[in-house]
Write a protein that binds this ligand. Structure first.
Ligand SMILES: O=C(O)CCC(=O)c1ccccc1C(=O)O
Ligand SMILES: [Mg+2]
Length: 370
């Protein structure tokens, strides 16, 4: 395929409720959507999941806009592409910047799958008709508010709930939650809020039968996580620390985690994620798909990825309505009986809601071939 033009749409979205974690509060959500068109007029869509500020990892919408526009997009427009697996290789002269790479690679996969008449799920080797939903509940102003927020999600049918913790708001939150929901599939995400000096606090969390604890230590650490895993029973799941297949391989070799949260943006795209999946299946390491408070474009890619056999745990895959009053895709993602249907239509299997795109667009920029 010959990509003719790549358009970057800069959107200003707003979450229905603010999302609070150990580092920041997000309500206004800047988003970059990628629209890619080939010589036959087929269009592929991708999403850059970086945030406005570098609180989660170092990329931002600003750095991604720069890297995609100046360095990555020109490499896609220069020569034809036979298969999306070539994209990774073509981007290899750009160090890191996984979210910028994944955004463009994702659009190429959507475009290619549409040309082939295959759903993204089938194109990636997916085997499920539906994937388990899951939900992340941000920090709340009080314990009763937290219990109510979790109850609302349980009543909506989410089979697994994740809450955010930090020192001073861990046992304090998890103990009342566990008492209120003795049988709930519950896990905690620290977004790197602890160090090994907090070991006693972290050991105390073993009491709450958590499915796992996500990213307790530093964003770039795999050494201390291995030491911590030896001292606690709760399985460690890595999020921020895994930015590529190589990171996953090394973390598993060291014993830094027992579970991996795969986010396409964080690991640099679909090909990296497929390699991680292959390794995890071989090593019997359970995987699940994370989320980035994203629009339906990235979520649809994650739903396709979660349909692969190695994604054995419910992810942070929630309904469009959990994030947005109106998503930019149609139909919106819905959760039924705790599950999300995997689309069978070509590519990501959902259409872009052009009216909504227009309504939330701040600016667009197009880069053309030749
Ligand atoms: O529902 C979602 O999109 C995931 C919510 C979530 O936990 C999260 C949201 C934004 C950035 C990082 C994380 C995380 O998994 O750490
Ligand atoms: Mg996380």
């Amino acid at each position: 395929m010959n990509i003719q033009a790549i358009t970057f749409h800069h959107l200003g979205m707003r979450l229905t409720t603010p999302f609070v974690n150990s580092l920041t509060t997000i309500q206004d959500r800047e988003v970059i959507l990628i629209e890619m068109i080939d010589e036959e007029g087929v269009t592929g869509w991708g999403e850059c999941v970086a945030f406005s500020s570098p609180w989660y990892t170092e990329e931002t919408c600003g750095t991604a806009w720069h890297v995609m526009g100046e360095f990555l997009a020109p490499r896609l427009l220069k020569e034809s592409i036979y298969h999306p697996e070539e994209v990774n290789e073509r981007f290899s002269m750009v160090r890191r910047n996984p979210m910028a790479k994944a955004a463009l690679e994702g659009a190429v996969w959507d475009l290619w799958a549409k040309r082939e008449g295959k759903s993204l799920s089938v194109a990636l080797g997916g085997v499920k008709e539906a994937v388990a939903a899951g939900v992340a509940v941000g920090a709340q102003e009080s314990i009763p508010h937290m219990i109510e927020a979790v109850r609302e999600r349980v009543e909506q049918g989410y089979p697994r709930v994740k809450v955010k913790i930090k020192p001073g708001a861990d046992v304090e939150v998890l103990e009342p939650l566990r008492n209120a929901f003795p049988d709930l599939s519950l896990m905690a995400d620290a977004n790197a809020a602890y160090t090994l000096r907090d070991i006693e606090r972290l050991k105390a969390l073993d009491e709450f039968q958590l499915l796992m604890i996500e990213q307790p230590l530093a964003v770039d650490d795999i050494i201390d996580h291995a030491k911590l895993q030896e001292k606690i029973r709760t399985p460690i799941c890595l999020d921020e620390s895994i930015t590529s297949f190589e990171d996953a391989r090394q973390a598993l070799e060291l014993g830094s985690c027992q579970v991996i949260n795969v986010k396409l943006g964080r690991v640099g795209g679909i090909v990296e994620a497929l390699h991680i999946h292959e390794l995890a299946v071989q090593k019997k390491i359970p995987l699940w798909c994370g989320g980035m408070l994203e629009t339906g474009v990235s979520r649809s890619q994650h739903i396709a990825l979660a349909s692969l056999p190695g994604f054995t745990l419910p992810g942070d895959l929630s309904a469009s309505s959990r994030y947005w009053k109106r998503d930019v895709i149609t139909p919106p993602t819905v959760v039924k009986n705790g599950q999300i249907h995997v689309p069978t239509e070509p590519g990501i299997g959902v259409a872009i809601d052009r009216d909504q795109l227009q309504a939330v667009r701040i600016k667009s920029q197009t880069v053309v071939a030749g």
